[in-house]
Design a protein around this ligand. Structure first.
Ligand code: TPP
Length: 822
């Protein structure tokens, strides 16, 4: 019969521990004190979950001492407390620069308890003092209205990872370790968490970690066997399978298994010593001897009972070592009076009087077990990355400008231009080592090839002759896992560095949920004065919906921005630069910004360029504006506003305007371009929002607006529904029609093309009369001609492919348009 982990623990742990433990690694007195420290952390954890008063049990526990709402997660907590006290020991022994990532972040009581015990909690929140009164507040605030969340939330010192949504602990840890050669990130991975997709791929991060220039990640798989109400898979496969799995991922797993505290302390201490020594050896080999072989980093599997040291049996059911310990093992004594005594016994089992003095202070012989100053994991500056954040050295983006002698000048593809700018950002910050570009195998495909003139993709696995741009150290991080790219970048940013994630627009949805969590982190942390602002998370979504002609329907989805704008306005920004000069200006701004999520959508295919750098800079600074050179309403009120947002909609809008002005020259048309999508929202909803007066000035109070939009049309309605002229705003955008077809046909399929836009305008302008009617008929014919042509030739009509902005608009054109006529 094959033994699973739980059986292994109960049957064989003692024998195995005895086999693997180096004797006397912990002097008896140290072992005693470490166990007491662990008990103190466990006591504080139970106190947080249950106690409203009587924090040190100085009198018998009564009903009113217990909280009314019992919220929190006990099951993972004692294991994490155990890990923390042991990490403290190795930090002191080896003088380690270490931070702690709690994958099962629902074990918030553990992180709070330990940062309180080490003193950082009271330094940040002096009200939570290290005495009786402070203890009471510490307990009451936990999972309490107006208090702190139950997870390892931003409020918790030392945390860069809330762990509320499971799956990202290892990716965050690796992100933190990149370019931090002295740092070790101790990362507790829940065995349930390990079943998630992101975590399952995260084990591979070790193929991207450079032992010389990066720090180390020490995963501690917390194999406590259960999730909320199920066993975990990793606990129910054989030990051999688990070991092979982890070895297969390139790790050296060390098992710490059992439930008898003294034996477990000895084993954990010996194992941690071994892991740290191995990490140091790997780093020495790489840094001193230049060893180029990919190391097998150590990791620990902690196989201990879920709810360890908690109530063993409650109401006749086994609790310790089962899923029943996941949350609150004992119920509210108000409804279960017999649980009051169980709770008191449980709390007393930790012998609080041995741990805290009469004033409620941790006894000095225990307090001295914690590291000092910034070596404490709650005070490590890496976990408050804004402290370490240095500005990027930025090239002048204007120097990368595309020459635009007249609107419509041809361009090589906007992201290709941006690539040169990013290349030099990489170059200028090479020494600082604080900027990386992340992407799921798409950096080249997204048009950022210039990066590879100065850097490589970091890659520690094997290489072969035909590989390109792979090196043991590089600024580009590519793994075909959007989750890893996102998680690495988040970890990198949260520890005080800068970066950018480039991705196909359709597939960025894969990290919708990770974006959510990061945005929430930013929102909460921005209101904590002691947490310094970090660099913004920048998404560059190239290869967008309109130009996935070769990939087709699966690759056409512009919905990420619908998702993004749900988040707090103080945190999110969305930019749709219409050309390369605007893209440069926008990206320069994003890379300098702090504590936002910036979403930038840009094209990579050759496309017309509209604005000189000077004009682009002004336009992007405003975020929205009338393109006077394309408009003819300078002297009178417009009959029509043609609005556009996004590179392809801008092209189609200008082409539509050209048709309208040629065929209906009396029509007064205003062209409005939107770069900063948030300008459309009311000022009360978003700090970038236009005032109603300014909005009305641009879009008028009563004139038809035909709005060509990059993404799903209803987002524009959602953003503008409170504006005066909303009833007249008619939006065209992506309406889920797509396939492999020509670029222009993509717009036709979604009614966003120039011909539909003109017909839309005419339909709303009765004054265009017969001329309008005839023009409409002509355009319908054009659409038929288009369909026949592409069906026969497999490419767009020459008049579409060769279309140029005519630059002819009578007396009212600006000099830019004048020069285009020349
Ligand atoms: C992505 C995600 N899915 C589901 C949940 C709900 N959930 C909270 S805790 C938990 C079980 C976690 O098990 P494990 O990672 O082993 O942690 P532990 O047993 O140590 O508490 C689940 C499913 C979640 N928080 N995140």
């Amino acid at each position: 019969m094959l033994l699973n982990s739980e059986q292994t623990r109960s049957v064989g742990s003692k024998a195995r521990n005895e086999r693997t433990v180096k004797k006397n690694i912990l002097a008896p007195d140290l072992l005693r004190r470490m166990d007491a420290y662990w008990r103190a952390a466990n006591y504080l954890s139970v106190g947080q979950i249950y106690l409203y008063d009587n924090p040190l049990l100085k009198r018998p526990l009564v009903l009113s001492d217990v909280k009314h709402m019992l919220l929190g997660h006990w099951g993972t907590t004692p294991g994490q407390n155990f890990i923390y006290v042991h990490l403290n020991r190795v930090i002191k022994k080896f003088d380690l620069d270490m931070i702690y990532v709690s994958g099962p972040g629902h074990g918030g009581p553990a992180v709070v308890a330990n940062t309180y015990l080490e003193g950082t909690y009271s330094e940040i929140y002096p009200d939570i003092s290290r005495d009786d009164a402070g203890l009471r507040k510490l307990f009451v605030q936990f999972s309490f209205p107006g208090g702190i969340p139950s997870h390892a939330s931003p409020e918790c010192p030392g945390s860069i990872h809330e762990g509320g949504e499971l799956g990202y602990s290892l990716s965050h840890s690796f992100g933190a370790a990149f370019d931090n050669p002295s740092l070790i990130v101790a990362c507790v991975v829940g065995d349930g968490e390990a079943e998630t997709g992101p975590l399952a791929t995260a084990w591979h991060s070790n193929k991207f970690l450079n032992a010389t220039t990066d720090g180390a990640v020490l995963p501690i798989l917390h194999l406590n066997g259960y999730k909320i109400s199920n066993p975990t898979i990793l606990a129910r496969i054989t030990r051999e399978e688990l070991e092979q799995l982890l070895r297969g991922y390139g790790w050296t797993p060390y098992f710490v298994e059992g439930h008898e505290p003294d034996l477990m302390h000895e084993t954990m201490a010996a194992t941690l010593d071994r892991a740290v020594e191995q990490i140091r050896q790997i780093q020495r080999d790489a840094r001193v001897y230049g060893t180029a072989v990919r190391p097998r980093w150590p990791m620990i599997v902690l196989n201990s009972p879920k709810g360890w040291t908690g109530p063993k049996v409650v109401d006749g059911l086994q609790v310790e070592g089962t899923f029943r310990s996941h949350q609150v093992p004992l119920s509210d004594p108000a409804t279960h009076p017999e649980h009051l005594k169980l709770l008191e016994d449980w709390l007393k089992s930790y012998r609080p009087d041995e741990l805290f003095d009469d004033q409620g202070r941790l006894r000095p012989e225990l307090a001295e077990l914690a590291p000092a100053g910034e070596r404490r994991m709650g005070a490590n500056p890496h976990a408050n990355g804004g402290i370490l954040l240095r500005d990027l050295r930025m090239p002048d983006f204007r120097e990368y400008a595309v020459d635009v002698p007249s609107p419509g000048a041809s361009g090589i593809g906007d992201t290709h231009v941006l690539g040169r700018f990013l290349r030099d950002v990489v170059k200028l910050n090479g020494e600082q080592r604080n900027f990386r570009v992340f992407g799921p195998d798409e950096t080249l495909s997204n048009g950022l090839e210039s990066l590879f003139e100065v850097t490589q993709r970091q890659w520690e696995a094997a290489t072969s002759a035909n590989d390109e741009f792979l090196a043991a150290s590089g600024r580009v991080m590519e793994m075909l896992s959007e989750h890893q790219c996102e998680g690495w970048l988040e970890g990198y940013l949260l520890t005080g560095r800068h970066g950018l994630l480039n991705c196909y627009e359709a597939f960025i949805h894969i990290v919708d949920s990770m974006f959510n969590q990061h945005a929430k982190w930013l929102k909460v942390s921005s209101h904590l004065p002691w947490r310094r602002k970090v660099a913004s998370l920048n998404y560059l979504l190239a290869s967008h919906v309109w130009r996935q002609d070769h990939n087709g329907f699966t690759h056409q989805d512009p919905g990420f921005i619908d998702h993004v704008v749900n988040k707090k306005a103080e945190v999110v920004r969305v930019y749709l630069p219409p050309d390369a000069n605007c893209l440069l200006s926008v990206m320069d701004h994003c890379l300098r910004s702090r504590h936002y999520v910036n979403v930038v959508i840009a094209g990579k295919h050759p496309a017309p360029q509209w604005l000189t750098m000077e004009a682009a800079f002004k336009h992007c600074t405003e975020g929205i504006g009338v393109w006077q050179w394309a408009s003819n309403d300078q002297d009178v009120a417009p009959d029509l506003v043609m609005a556009c947002c996004g590179d392809v909609p801008t092209l189609e809008t200008l082409a539509a305007v050209a048709i309208l002005r040629e065929h209906l020259p009396d029509l007064k048309i205003r062209v409005v371009n939107v770069v900063d999508l948030m300008k459309l929202q009311p000022q009360s909803e978003h700090p970038h929002g236009l005032s109603d007066v300014d909005f009305d000035d641009l879009f008028t109070k009563d004139v038809p607006v035909v709005f060509a939009f990059h993404a799903y049309p209803w987002l524009i309605h959602r953003l503008t529904y409170r504006r005066t002229n909303h009833g007249n705003i008619h939006v065209r955008g992506y309406k889920e029609e797509g396939t492999i077809t020509t670029p222009f046909d993509m717009t036709v399929l979604n009614d966003l093309d120039r011909f539909h836009l003109v017909m839309d305008a005419i339909g709303r302008l009765p004054q265009t009369g017969e001329r309008g009617l005839y023009l409409k008929e002509q355009l319908k014919d054009k659409l038929i001609e288009h369909r026949q042509y592409i069906g026969k030739h497999g490419k767009d009509l020459p008049e579409i492919l060769n279309w140029k902005w005519p630059g002819r608009s009578g007396a009212d054109v600006t000099s830019a348009a004048e020069s285009s006529r020349a």
